[in-house]
Design a protein around this ligand. Structure first.
Ligand code: GLN
Length: 478
């Protein structure tokens, strides 16, 4: 089978009809990874034994004529911030270089229960902090479309693996844009569900009130299938919502004509690349041709989203990362003389520069005397941003924006300028702060043949509508 053509449906039905086997697919994927990944760097750990075991189980079902589960035999990759029992899980950090979790992340467990075959763990920015994957403590990931460029981040490995056909789908995590922005840079689909839609149990925390798990895939239908599999209440995560999970795949077929699409001028301001603007405007026109009604909306507090995000996210990160003390798990410095020396040295040697920067920012923002000025203020801005969306969604069913202000940039281009790097997420952080779902779908290319992504934002728990719009748009484009 041509690796480019592989989708969840094509893989599952080929195995079911015994045109191929799950084992053969695992083997061909590892061959491809062997050949391609030295130039890309998408995988941190391969899990061949686990993959073969699962593939054998699926093949046995096929031989016995049993109907395969929804992801039966589908080769997947998991961002290395999600715990996998018995398989090292690093979060892209040296501090967890040898960490082998005793349990599975719920999203991973649900994928495997649905027949997915986990090929390995995907490279990412350290603790998911970054927009270019250059903050991985191991090695950067390169964009398969142009290896002098970044794949985006922090789920860079997850996006690059799908784009380079080294996995059919992958899981990523999104705190400020880390699924959608790399999807846009690599030319694949990336979906961030509503906060609480997918359990965070077993996701190594960056900023707990902003972290989301979601799929990266070659098309919207595959993203819908994965979401259906991983979504829903989980008793292990009290923030996972007890809201019924619709059949997202069936919902894709509903017509989009008559849907109201909001366009916010705040997402088309300074800093937006001209080619990205044109591609986004063309996509909006295509949606109009499909019968959607385009309506201007206003999201007036958008300009405060990046500063508010970097207060809330770093505050929560500084607290979450306090658990890495060199005692309970993770890296432990050698020859420490006292307990505080052990803490200090373990953290100093284990964490990278960006993680330390965030811990310092967050600790400062939470410290007595500054709490009201920074953290509390940022939370208030977060409420205003959420209200902006609430108001807009009274008038429209979805909001369409560019995913990122530019296409993929060069490795090293922003690595020494954290503020420039932070702006790569200017159009994505708002949805994380408001807890609403968003999807990025390929909508064009620059003159240099770099992918451009279209972002569609939806109402709380209304992934079905943004998936439906994405599917309709994708279909007319192909
Ligand atoms: N790039 C943003 C950051 O560095 C978002 C990261 C993410 O979504 N995990 O915080």
């Amino acid at each position: 089978m041509d690796p480019k053509q592989l989708t969840i449906d094509s893989v599952r039905s080929a195995i079911q009809q015994r045109k191929t086997t799950a084992i053969a697919l695992v083997e061909s994927h590892y061959e491809r990874i062997q050949k391609e990944d030295s130039a890309i760097g998408a995988f941190l750990t391969l899990t061949k034994e686990r993959a073969m075991e699962q593939a054998e189980r699926i093949d046995r079902m096929a031989v016995e004529g049993k109907p395969l589960p929804p992801l039966g035999g589908v080769p997947v990759g998991i961002k290395d911030v999600m715990c996998t029992r018995g398989v090292r899980t690093t979060a892209g950090s040296k501090i967890l270089e040898n960490f082998v979790p005793p349990y599975n992340c719920t999203a991973v467990a649900r994928l495997e229960a649905a027949g997915a075959v986990v090929l390995g763990k995907m490279n990412c920015d350290e603790f998911a902090m970054g927009s270019s994957n250059e903050n991985s403590a191991y090695h950067p990931v390169r964009n398969p479309r142009d290896t002098s460029r970044v794949p985006g981040g922090s789920s860079g490995g997850s996006a690059a693996a799908v784009a380079a056909d080294m996995a059919v789908v992958t899981l990523g995590s999104d705190t400020g844009g880390s699924i959608r922005q790399p999807a846009s840079f690599c030319g694949v689909v990336g979906l961030m569900p509503t906060y609480g839609r997918v359990s965070r149990y077993g996701l190594i925390a960056f900023a707990s009130s902003l972290d989301h798990i979601g799929p990266l895939a070659k098309n919207v239908k595959d993203a819908a299938t994965v979401l259906k599999t991983i979504a829903g209440r989980d008793p292990m995560d009290t923030t996972s919502a007890d809201v019924p999970v619709p059949d997202y795949v069936a919902e894709l077929e509903k017509a989009v004509s008559g849907l109201k699409i909001g366009v916010a001028k705040e997402y088309f301001g300074d800093g937006l690349d001209a080619e990205v603007r044109r591609a986004t405007e063309d996509a909006i026109e295509s949606l109009a041709k499909l019968g959607c009604e385009v309506i201007p909306v206003s999201l007036p507090h958008s300009e405060y989203a990046i500063p508010a995000y970097y207060i809330v996210a770093t505050a929560e990160a500084s607290s979450n990362l306090a658990r890495f003390d060199g005692v309970r798990y993770g890296y432990r410095a050698k020859n420490a003389r006292t307990l505080s020396d052990l803490y200090r040295r373990s953290r100093d040697e284990g964490f990278g520069a960006e993680v330390k920067r965030r811990i310092m920012l967050g600790t400062y923002a939470l410290s007595a005397g500054y709490y009201d000025a920074y953290y509390l203020k940022a939370q208030k801005v977060r409420t205003l941003l959420t209200r902006d969306f609430d108001e807009a969604f009274k008038k429209v069913d979805a909001i369409v924006t560019p995913t990122s202000p530019t296409a993929a940039f060069k490795l090293g281009e922003k690595a020494n300028d954290p503020l420039a790097m932070y702006l790569a997420d200017i159009y994505t952080v708002t949805a994380d702060l408001a807890g609403i779902p968003g999807i990025s779908i390929p909508c064009g290319e620059t003159k240099e043949k770099l992918p451009i992504g279209l972002q569609i934002l939806g109402k709380h728990f209304d992934e079905a509508t943004i998936l439906r719009l994405g599917h309709a748009y994708e279909r007319q484009r192909n």
